[in-house]
Design a protein around this ligand. Structure first.
Ligand code: SAH
Ligand code: SF4
Ligand code: F3S
Length: 479
């Protein structure tokens, strides 16, 4: 865009202009897709694969929205005309998976040279990854990052006209582009970004480097989006941010997360509200109060612990202690007795001793999580922890990981048993994958329930008696 023009425009005009610009590219791509499709005598297909977290998944819905708008038809198969991988780099495993898929795609593309392959997401924000793609994966067509997903149509158009690999990675952005097409995976539930990026710099974590600085969306934009979703049949929203408890800090008119949640709770027609992730250091009493007084905010709270050792929590840069975490968890349980607490735990952080690990086990035993995601520490280049001495030997980590998993699973089983016999509301999500006479849904606590039902119940909230607990899910009966 002409720089002088930019100077003369106010913020709103620039945003409107970006949407106009992208709509223009969508039109150009649409003409191209339509022409290709006529030549081939069949529609062009596309697929978008998500490798990361809920935020990554929400980005994929936006990217798919653009692909469908320009005329591609969605397919599950990776043998499609446009294949998009939305990558994650939080742990090394996530990276390895992407390279695995690319190896497979190389052969597919040989058979279908017209195929376009695009890579985007967190992994692409790492310079060495992009270098590797440029060198060893020449068949990739488009590479972009986390800050410019709204530009997909423009990038596709550049690829078509330039005839070579297009790479467009932004280091950071303060831009939030609203109102581009979105293709939701579920008709009845949706993620809603309330903020982007992260400023916490936990010493093991790569997210702040690949997602950029924390930026909150304006409350009115969030509320408008949710109202639109409700009009479109959505009954459950999941408010998304790396640390929702610090929502609103940089806004012209600061709003707290508790205040935002209250506004969302007032939206008519919405039945369930979830959010993630809540950093324990910023969880306010106001938030507990809003949760306690709401019938729609789900009785579930994801409160990542990472470690129970004060020594490690400090090195991890988490800004809370074992004691303050336990106090917080206790307060939440006291105020909201049926709350299901869930967590994330890392095993094998550099220098973790047996004593540190036992502190973690101790917190798990005291808090009694409904479920916990346990991760083996993965060294991420560029983070402070990657440079720390005393990386823990694999065998030691594996042994601790197995011990932790056993404790987590035993407690989770005992906690789920407590609800057996109760009749609770379940949002029906799908026909059961193994038995078509059953449907699968979720409790307010987010636990999965399988019970007798039919496809017309999908998207509705029904009462189900929980007959049997099977570890992390229930078998129930519709009442
Ligand atoms: N913003 C969220 C977490 C996002 S990443 C929070 O602060 O809780 C999701 C989880 O991945 C983290 O909670 C952490 O448990 C795990 N994780 C992040 N970096 C990791 C690493 N280097 N190795 C292993 N697990 C990691
Ligand atoms: Fe990573 Fe910490 Fe930010 Fe969560 S809060 S995304 S763990 S840096
Ligand atoms: Fe992965 Fe990026 Fe999410 S690194 S966990 S996809 S923010």
């Amino acid at each position: 865009m002409d720089k002088n023009l930019n100077n003369r425009m106010n913020e709103k005009d620039i945003k409107d202009d970006e949407i106009k610009r992208q709509n223009y590219y969508m039109e150009l791509c649409k003409e191209w897709v339509s022409k290709k499709s006529e030549e081939l005598g069949r529609p062009l297909t596309c697929t978008a694969k998500t490798f990361g977290c809920q935020m990554n998944a929400r980005d994929s819905e936006k990217l798919l929205g653009i692909l469908l708008k320009i005329g591609y038809v969605e397919t599950d198969s990776e043998n499609a005309d446009f294949v998009l991988y939305n990558t994650c780099t939080v742990r090394e495993n996530a990276n390895l998976k992407v390279y695995g898929h690319l190896g497979y795609m190389q052969n597919l593309k040989k058979k279908n040279p017209g195929m376009m392959i695009a890579l985007c997401g967190c992994m692409m924000q790492e310079e060495d990854v992009v270098e590797k793609i440029k060198k060893s994966y020449r068949f990739v067509d488009i590479v972009f990052g986390t800050h410019n997903i709204f530009k997909l149509a423009e990038l596709i158009y550049s690829r078509i006209t330039a005839g070579h690999m297009i790479i467009d990675i932004w280091k950071d952005t303060d831009k939030i582009v609203e109102n581009l097409p979105i293709e939701r995976k579920y008709s009845f539930k949706s993620g809603v970004n309330i903020m982007f990026g992260c400023d916490n710099f936990c010493s093991y974590c790569i997210v702040p480097y690949v997602r950029g600085r924390e930026r909150s969306r304006k409350p009115e934009d969030i509320i408008d989006e949710i109202k639109g979703l409700v009009d479109d049949g959505v009954v459950e929203v999941m408010l998304l941010g790396q640390n929702v408890n610090s929502y609103g800090k940089g806004l012209d008119k600061p709003v707290t997360f508790a205040e935002l949640l209250k506004m969302v709770d007032d939206i008519e027609g919405l039945e369930r509200i979830r959010f993630m992730t809540s950093h324990p250091k910023d969880l306010s009493d106001d938030l507990i109060e809003v949760m306690k007084n709401s019938k729609r905010i789900c009785t579930q709270l994801h409160l990542p612990l990472q470690s129970g050792s004060n020594r490690l929590l400090k090195i991890m840069n988490r800004h809370y202690t074992k004691e303050s975490y336990l106090e917080l968890a206790g307060k939440i349980k006291k105020e909201i007795p049926d709350i299901a607490l869930t967590t994330d735990i890392i095993v094998g952080f550099p220098g973790e001793t047996e004593e540190d690990f036992e502190d973690t086990l101790d917190v798990v035993k005291q808090v009694r999580y409904d479920s916990a995601y346990t991760f083996i520490y993965s060294k991420r280049t560029g983070t402070p922890a990657a440079k720390m001495d005393c990386q823990i030997p694999k065998e030691v980590v594996k042994e601790r990981f197995d011990r932790l998993l056993k404790v987590v699973q035993d407690i989770s089983t005992e906690e789920t048993l407590k609800r057996v016999g109760q009749t609770l509301p379940v949002l029906v999500e799908d026909i059961n994958t193994h038995d078509e006479n059953l449907v699968t849904g979720r409790l307010s606590s987010n636990t999965v329930v399988h019970f007798n039902g039919t496809a017309d119940m999908i998207g509705k909230i029904v009462n189900v008696r929980l007959d049997e607990a099977k570890g992390f899910y229930y078998l129930g009966t519709l009442v």
